[in-house]
Design a protein around this ligand. Structure first.
Ligand SMILES: CC(C)(COP(=O)(O)OP(=O)(O)OC[C@H]1O[C@@H](n2cnc3c(N)ncnc32)[C@H](O)[C@@H]1OP(=O)(O)O)[C@@H](O)C(=O)NCCC(=O)NCCS
Length: 221
């Protein structure tokens, strides 16, 4: 049976399905969360803190359509969600993601310096927050298409001078750098990361990366 993807901007009507898909995919397939044994309830809490700030213009989904006697829309199978970096999200009370948020704080230090140097304020930075593809569609190039759509939308949207992502998966790191041409500002090998004399990611290969892109729109502001 032939099937095709519709790649489009996120709609309000997608939100419930996207939320479920992101959480189920992340908890069982994202390397760092799996290592730390994130649970679904805690991840729902984390996601819901960001949900009110989702930027619809630059968030994208892939919907799959099976073409038999008539087209059957089978729903969203991949998504990329972005929010403003300035979103006032408080994660202090969440316990499970704390270690990973510590890694993100480290990743952000050189990025903050880079923003200051260029006089880019947080409210002009788009945070590429989270991406996920349903497990049965992994490795078919669908997220790559979603990212291409995301990238086109950000290029067009003069609200953003830069976009940034913390990549905890080697796949998103690879795609942001090679496909989108983003720059890696910082990389932390999980096995090297130490906090309070402990290595919480011991045994986990790879690392977390901060990648970003500047859009050079300053001259037109
Ligand atoms: C990350 C994720 C969204 C990718 O979705 P996908 O639809 O399977 O990705 P695609 O098929 O579009 O892209 C695969 C690309 O990754 C590359 N890739 C696959 N495994 C890789 C690895 N271990 N290291 C580096 N690149 C890898 C492929 O070669 C391909 O790139 P290419 O086209 O340049 O050859 C999906 O694996 C997922 O949902 N993971 C769980 C959640 C997660 O980790 N999210 C990201 C956190 S930052």
């Amino acid at each position: 049976m032939a099937s095709r993807y519709i790649i489009r901007t996120l709609r309000k009507s997608d939100l419930a399905a996207v939320r479920d898909m992101v959480i189920k995919t992340f908890v069982y397939h994202e390397p760092a969360g799996r290592h730390l044994r994130f649970t679904e309830p805690e991840f729902y809490k984390l996601y819901d803190r960001f949900a009110p700030y989702i930027n619809f213009n630059t968030s994208a989904v892939a919907e799959v359509v099976h073409e038999d006697s008539k087209a059957r829309h089978l729903g969203v199978v991949s998504c990329h969600i972005s929010v403003p970096l300035s979103a006032p999200v408080d994660l202090e009370d969440l316990s499970e993601p704390r270690l990973l948020l510590g890694v993100f704080d480290e990743l952000h230090k050189p990025f903050e310096d880079a923003l200051k140097k260029r006089m880019i304020s947080h409210d002009r930075v788009l945070h590429s927050l989270i991406g996920a593809t349903k497990a049965e569609y992994h490795g078919k190039g669908v997220y790559k298409k979603v990212l291409a759509h995301f990238s086109e939308q950000v290029e067009r949207d003069a609200r953003w001078d830069a976009a940034v992502a913390e990549c905890t998966s080697p796949i998103t790191r690879h795609l942001k750098i090679t496909q989108l041409g983003w720059k890696e500002e910082c990389f932390i090998r999980y096995e090297d990361y130490e906090v309070d004399g402990k290595r919480p990611f011991a045994g986990l290969k790879g690392g977390a990366s901060l990648v970003w892109k500047e859009y050079n729109r300053g001259a037109s502001r």
